[in-house]
Design a protein around this ligand. Structure first.
Ligand SMILES: *Cc1c(COP(=O)(O)O)cnc(C)c1O
Length: 400
């Protein structure tokens, strides 16, 4: 029988530890490696530069690092992928994916909403890409001869929009589909099982899980990983081995953390849904009418992130963010503690305002990343903050 998720989370990437005679993950901080045999080192360098994992020595830290390699093997295991390639941040990972595809064409098809900086990178002209924004239903008709990549994010940041991966893959035909799976984490969703070519994570979020590591990782096939590693070798968006150690250490508790936080997210989503100050709650565990439902079958659970909109708009949202005491008003997500933030004012500030409005990112929308605290304490805090929004204080004209 194939090993189950909780078992793999604890043991992935650690197969050789017993042979090595150690129990904890070894950390290799070398920036360079002694060359005892020049021909072998030359062969190792050639392998790394062409995107392969060197068999002998890493030669130099920008080419390969064994501690990072272990973490990559563990992520590949959890994603059901042949391999994975890790980067210094989620954005470095996405940039490398784009660059690795550019020789095939400059056209990218993407479905909004996506993470604000991802949207910005595609729109800003910083990279020579030409983007067509599609809906989940118009991906097929948006693909062109020169399309090199289809990008979706599911659940999407910040509206939790769930996009059917298999349907997008079918529409994309021969074009590889990249799924930003950060919100689900491999504990809840494995996009490659539905035909995606790349599963991308901001490792800064659930994978790291403790708010102290910035990282990115892409799970994919060996064929698609080679150009990604070539980009990493040439541009240097490396994950530091200490960060890889922390990420790998955190993977062992990933399914436990996600399950616990997901339970609390469900409790909070239902509480918010019934609150008079709230106009709508966006959560993969609630249907369009706000009733609890099973999430899309591509997900093992609805996850630990939700968004909600306040009837009082921007002022009410600002009030909630500034009134929470236990919950931390901060961007980012997937940490041990619960974070709340205002997408239109912060994470998605760089996105075209019209596109934001079309994606449902209104001025009254807040995003909540639920952590590991007791849900009763979380609701006590969130509830008092949302109660204040029932009658948002109006600015009264001077003298009135
Ligand atoms: C945070 C985030 C990113 C960017 O990751 P960084 O590690 O901050 O570079 C990309 N996609 C999603 C969905 C995110 O939430």
């Amino acid at each position: 029988m194939a090993r189950q998720l909780h078992t793999r989370a604890v043991h992935a990437g650690r197969d050789d530890l017993r042979t090595l005679g150690v129990h904890a993950l070894p950390i290799d901080l070398s920036t360079t490696y002694p060359v005892e045999n020049l021909e072998q080192a030359t062969a190792d360098l050639d392998a790394a530069v062409s995107g392969m994992i060197p068999r002998g020595s890493p030669v130099y830290a920008r080419l390969h690092n064994p501690t990072v390699g272990r973490f990559e093997a563990a992520v590949a295991d959890l994603e059901g992928a042949e391999t994975a390639v890790a980067f210094a941040s989620g954005m470095a990972a996405f940039t490398a994916c784009l660059m690795s595809r550019l020789p095939r064409g400059r056209h990218v098809v993407a479905v909004r909403p996506v993470y604000g900086t991802t949207d910005h990178l595609l729109e800003s002209g910083l990279l020579p890409v030409d983007v067509t924004w599609a809906t989940p239903a118009t991906v097929g008709s948006s693909v062109r001869e020169d399309t090199c990549l289809v990008l979706i994010e599911t659940p999407g940041n910040p509206t939790l929009q769930v996009v059917d991966i298999a349907s997008v893959v079918a529409q994309a035909g021969a074009v590889p589909v990249l799924v930003d799976s950060t919100f689900a984490s491999p504990a809840l969703q494995q996009p490659l099982r539905h035909g995606a070519a790349f599963a991308l994570h901001s490792g800064t979020k659930f994978l790291g899980g403790h708010g102290d590591v910035v990282a990115g990782v892409v799970a994919t096939s060996e064929v698609l990983a080679r150009p990604l590693r070539q980009v990493r070798v040439a541009t240097g968006g490396l994950l530091h081995p200490l960060a890889a150690y922390l990420l790998h250490r955190g993977l062992a508790t990933l399914p436990l953390r996600v399950e616990r936080a997901q339970h609390s997210a469900g409790v909070l989503a239902r509480r918010l849904q019934g609150h008079p100050a709230v106009s709508r709650v966006l959560y993969p565990g609630l249907d369009r009418t706000g009733r609890p439902c099973r999430p899309h079958p591509q997900m093992a659970g609805p996850g630990a992130v939700l968004a909600f909109e306040l009837k009082g708009g921007y002022e009410a949202a600002r009030g909630v963010m500034e009134s929470v005491k236990l919950i931390v008003p901060a961007v980012s997500l997937g940490s041990t503690d619960t974070l709340i933030q205002h997408p239109a004012g912060l994470t998605h500030r760089v996105v075209d305002p019209v596109a934001l409005a079309v994606s449902g990112v209104s001025p009254g929308l807040l995003r909540l990343s639920v952590g590991l605290e007791d849900p009763a304490d979380l609701w006590a805090d969130l509830g008092q903050a949302v109660d204040r929004a029932i009658a948002p204080r109006r600015v009264v004209a001077a003298g009135a």
